[in-house]
Design a protein around this ligand. Structure first.
Ligand code: CA
Length: 731
C-alpha cells in the first residue's frame, strides 16, 4: 500500500478546500422542531462535586468526562439492551464542518449537550433534537497546528455550576456561560512561551477547582498540571512533573527527590530543553481520599541518552501521579516506564474501581498505558498489586512484583544501534478510553499490536519549536524502505477490543478491529459494549461474550468514545466521528480507512435511539482530483536524498511516511499544480498558516525546502504513474 489509487487525489483537494472554510458555516445538518428559547436557568447550574460524585442518582445525565470521577465509562442505563439493540438507528446527526480528528466525549446536562471539535471549538446542542444552541470558536491561530504533535484535537469540556470550561490548543483555559456560550474569563495556562505547550485534554472539576494539564513533550516542554479557582480563575496550585534548574531549589520535596534520578551533567541540560512528562490526557478523582490521579507523558527528548546520558529513572516521567486535590501536594507516584526512551507516555486513562482480590475488597486504580502492561495499583498507597502484558510486548519481560519495576529486554534500548520493539510509539493502548463494566467485572481495552523501529540521532541539535526527539526518523524511514525492498515489510499494526479480567490479570476474549487506530469504548447497564473503528463501523457487542449484536457504517473513521444519556424515557447513544490524532495523520499504518473509501473526513456527531434510521449517507467529497500530471523539475540524486532526509525529519509527523498522508491533512503528492510553485511561500513565509500549515523558517533553509519539494515531487510522479499506468511500478 505504498502508492495511492486515483481516488486519494480527492482527499487532498477536500483537505485544502475545507481548511479554509469559515466556522460560521456550521449549522445543524438535520433540524427538528421549533427553535428553543435559551434556558432560563443555566444548564448544569446544580453541577458540583457532590452531584458528580453521586452521578448514579441521575443516570440520564453525563456530567463529567468519563461520566463519573472514577472514569469507568459505564452507564447504568438499560433501555437499550442485548435483545433490542438490533433496532438501534440514527435519531439525528449534526455536521461539524471539520476535517481533522474528533476525540471529544459529549457532556449532557439538563437537556443540553456540549461537544468540542478540532481547533478547540465548542458547540451546545439541544440533546433531544440536535438543534444548535450556540457555538464558540476560540480562534486558535492556524499556525499552532505545527506545535501539536498529534493533531489539532480536543477531548471535551468540564461542567461546574452553570459554566463550561474548555482548554484550547494554544494553551488557554476558557470559562463559558453554559446558557449562551459567552466568555466569562480566559486564562493563559502557559508559564513559558519560549517553550512549546498545547492543550488537547478535557479539564476536570472538583473541590471548586478546574484542573488542566498540557502536551508538548515531543518539542521542549516541562509538563505540569494546574488547578484554577472555578469562580475567579485564580491559580490555586501547580505541580510540575519533572525537576527544573538543579542550581535552584525545586518547587517541592517530591521534585527534590525526583532530581536525584536525572543526570545533570549531559551536553544538553534537560531543564533547558524541557524534560517532558506532559500530562496531556488522563485524570480521575477519589472524593473520599480527595486524591487526584493523572498520567504523565514521555521524556523530552525521547532518547534518554541525550536527556540523561548516565541513565536514571527520570521521575516522574511515564507515571501515574496522585496529588491531594485541594492543595496539589504530592501523595505518591508509580512509574510504569523508568528511564523512558520509547515515547511510552503513561497518559492512557486511569480508572478507579473497588475489586475483590484474594478475598479482600481493594480500592484500586487500573491503568493500561502505551508500554503494554495492565496495572492494578492500590489507589491509597500507590503500591503495585499486579501487572501483566495485555498486548504484544518485547521491550520488557515482565514486571518484578517486589520492586514494581519492569524487567527490561537487554536489546530494547537503542543507544548506538537500531532497536526493534513492541509496542510501537502510538502504544499498545493510547488515549482512546477503556471502560470498566461492574456487571461483568471486565475492563475493555482498545488495544494495538505494532512494532517500532528506533534509531538514535547521531547529530542531535536542540531547536526550540521543533520536534526534539533524539531519534532519527530519516534513518527509520530508510530502514522501512530497505525492509520493503528485501521483501520483508514491517507487519501492519493491528487493533483489537480486549476484554480483560483485572483480578485474574488475563484476557477473557478479544475481537479484531478493522484498523489499528480505533475508538474509545463505552459499557452500559443493558449488557452492551460500544466501539468504533478506523473504517467507520460503529458496533455494539455483548459485553459478556463479545458477540457483535449490531453495527452501522458511519462512512467516517471513528476515534472518540461513545456516551449515553436519556431524556423523557428515551435512551440515546452519542458519538463523534472524524478520524485523525497521532495514528490518523499517517496512512502508512492503517491503509484502507474510511477516509480512503469515501474520500472525505468530514466530521459528524451521530445520536442513536431504538427505531432510528439504520443507514448513513456519505457526505459528498468536495473538490476534484488533479487532472494534469505534476510538473517535471529536474533534481539530482543528492538533492532527492537530502529531500528524503529533511522530509522525514521535519514533515513526516503530520504528512506521513513517504509523503503519504492519512488524508486529514493534505496529501502532498496530490497537490494542485499551482502549489508546486509556492513551496517557499508556504513553507518559509507561512502562506497557509491560517489552515494549520505554519512557517518552518526557523528550522528549514531555502535549500532544504527545494530538496523537500524535489523529494515530494518524485513521490507525486510515482503516485500519478501508479494511478494512470496501473500497479507494478517500482520506486
Ligand atoms: Ca508522546
Amino acid at each position: 500500500m505504498i502508492f495511492a489509487s486515483v481516488s486519494r487525489f480527492r482527499a487532498a483537494a477536500v483537505g485544502l478546500a475545507l481548511m479554509a472554510a469559515p466556522f460560521s458555516l456550521a449549522t445543524a445538518y438535520f433540524q427538528f422542531g421549533a427553535i428553543a428559547a435559551p434556558a432560563t436557568t443555566a444548564p448544569g447550574a446544580g453541577v458540583d462535586g457532590a452531584k458528580i460524585a453521586n452521578a448514579d442518582a441521575d443516570p440520564g445525565e453525563w456530567l463529567s468526562h468519563g461520566r463519573t470521577y472514577s472514569e469507568q465509562r459505564f452507564s447504568p442505563l438499560a433501555k437499550i439492551n442485548t435483545t433490542n439493540v438490533k433496532s438501534l438507528g440514527v435519531a439525528w446527526e449534526y455536521r461539524t464542518y471539520s476535517v481533522r480528528g474528533l476525540e471529544a466525549t459529549p457532556i449532557v446536562v439538563d437537556g443540553v449537550m456540549y461537544i468540542t471539535l478540532s481547533w478547540s471549538k465548542v458547540i451546545a446542542l439541544d440533546a433531544r433534537s440536535g438543534k444548535e444552541l450556540w457555538t464558540y470558536d476560540p480562534k486558535v491561530p492556524g499556525g499552532t497546528g505545527r506545535y501539536a504533535c498529534c493533531d489539532v484535537v480536543n477531548r471535551g469540556v468540564a461542567l461546574w455550576k452553570g459554566a463550561v470550561y474548555v482548554g484550547t490548543l494554544d494553551g488557554r483555559l476558557v470559562k463559558l456561560d453554559s446558557r449562551t456560550g459567552k466568555v466569562l474569563w480566559t486564562i493563559d495556562t502557559v508559564e513559558n512561551h519560549k517553550h512549546t505547550y498545547t492543550i488537547t485534554g478535557a479539564p476536570r472539576a472538583m473541590d471548586g477547582l478546574i484542573v488542566i494539564g498540557n502536551g508538548g513533550a515531543e518539542y521542549d516542554s516541562r509538563g505540569y498540571v494546574t488547578a484554577f479557582d472555578a469562580v475567579s480563575g485564580k491559580k490555586v496550585w501547580r505541580f510540575h512533573v519533572v525537576p527544573g534548574d538543579p542550581s535552584k531549589p525545586q518547587e517541592n520535596a517530591a521534585l527534590q527527590l525526583a532530581l536525584k534520578t536525572w543526570d545533570t551533567t549531559g551536553k544538553y541540560k534537560f531543564w533547558q530543553i524541557g524534560g517532558g512528562g506532559a500530562p496531556w490526557n488522563s485524570m480521575s478523582y477519589d472524593p473520599v481520599l480527595d486524591l487526584l490521579y493523572f498520567g504523565t507523558g514521555n521524556g523530552n527528548p525521547w532518547n534518554r541518552e541525550i536527556r540523561s546520558p548516565k541513565g536514571g529513572d527520570n521521575l516522574y516521567l511515564s507515571s501515574v501521579v496522585a496529588l491531594h486535590a485541594k492543595t496539589g501536594e504530592f501523595a505518591w507516584a508509580y512509574q510504569t516506564t523508568p528511564g523512558d526512551t520509547w515515547d511510552f507516555d503513561s497518559t492512557a486513562d486511569v480508572v478507579l474501581a473497588d475489586l475483590t482480590i484474594d478475598g479482600k475488597l481493594r480500592h484500586v486504580l487500573m491503568h493500561a498505558p502505551k508500554n503494554g502492561f495492565f496495572y492494578v495499583i492500590d489507589r491509597a498507597t500507590g503500591k503495585l498489586i499486579s501487572a501483566q502484558k495485555f498486548a504484544t510486548v518485547t521491550w520488557a519481560k515482565g514486571i518484578d512484583p517486589k520492586t514494581g519495576k519492569p524487567i527490561e529486554d537487554a536489546d530494547a534500548r537503542y543507544r548506538n544501534k537500531m532497536a526493534v520493539i513492541y509496542p510501537q510509539e502510538t502504544g499498545a493502548h493510547n488515549w482512546q478510553p477503556m471502560t470498566f463494566d461492574p456487571q461483568t467485572g471486565l475492563v475493555y481495552i482498545p488495544a494495538m499490536d505494532g512494532a517500532a523501529i528506533f534509531v538514535g540521532s547521531k547529530d542531535f541539535t536542540y531547536k526550540p519549536g521543533a520536534w526534539n526527539l533524539g531519534v532519527d526518523f530519516a534513518a527509520i524511514s530508510q530502514a522501512v524502505l530497505q525492509a520493503i525492498a528485501s521483501g520483508k515489510p514491517p507487519p501492519p499494526a493491528v487493533g483489537f477490543i480486549k476484554a480483560w479480567d483485572p483480578v485474574a490479570q488475563k484476557e477473557v476474549w478479544q475481537v479484531a478491529m478493522g484498523g489499528s487506530w480505533n475508538s474509545g469504548l463505552l459499557t452500559t447497564g443493558g449488557g452492551l459494549l460500544f466501539g468504533g473503528d478506523a473504517y467507520g463501523n460503529f458496533s455494539a457487542y455483548d459485553a459478556k461474550a463479545g458477540h457483535k449484536l449490531w453495527s452501522i457504517d458511519l462512512k467516517t473513521g471513528i476515534l472518540a468514545p461513545a456516551m449515553t444519556y436519556s431524556i423523557g424515557g428515551e435512551q440515546y447513544i452519542a458519538l463523534l466521528a472524524g478520524w485523525g490524532g497521532a495514528g490518523g495523520l499517517a496512512a502508512f499504518r492503517d491503509p484502507g480507512t474510511a477516509l480512503s473509501r469515501f474520500q472525505t473526513n468530514q466530521g459528524r456527531l451521530f445520536v442513536f435511539k431504538l427505531g432510528g434510521r439504520q443507514s448513513v449517507q456519505p457526505l459528498a467529497p468536495e473538490g476534484s482530483p488533479p487532472t494534469e500530471p505534476p510538473p517535471l523539475t529536474p533534481a539530482d540524486w543528492a538533492m532527492l536524498d537530502r529531500g528524503f532526509t529533511m522530509y522525514h525529519r521535519t514533515c513526516l509527523v503530520c504528512h506521513g511516511f513517504f509523503a503519504q498522508s492519512g488524508g486529514e491533512v493534505p496529501d502532498l503528492r496530490l497537490a494542485p499544480n499551482e502549489i508546486w510553485g509556492q513551496y517557499d511561500n508556504i513553507v518559509l513565509n507561512g502562506a497557509l498558516s491560517d489552515g494549520g500549515m505554519a512557517s518552518f523558517k526557523d528550522v528549514l533553509s531555502k535549500n532544504d525546502v527545494a530538496a523537500i519539494r524535489a523529494y515530494v515531487l518524485q513521490q507525486s510522479h510515482l503516485a500519478w504513474d501508479q494511478a494512470h499506468k496501473g500497479p507494478g511500478h517500482k520506486p
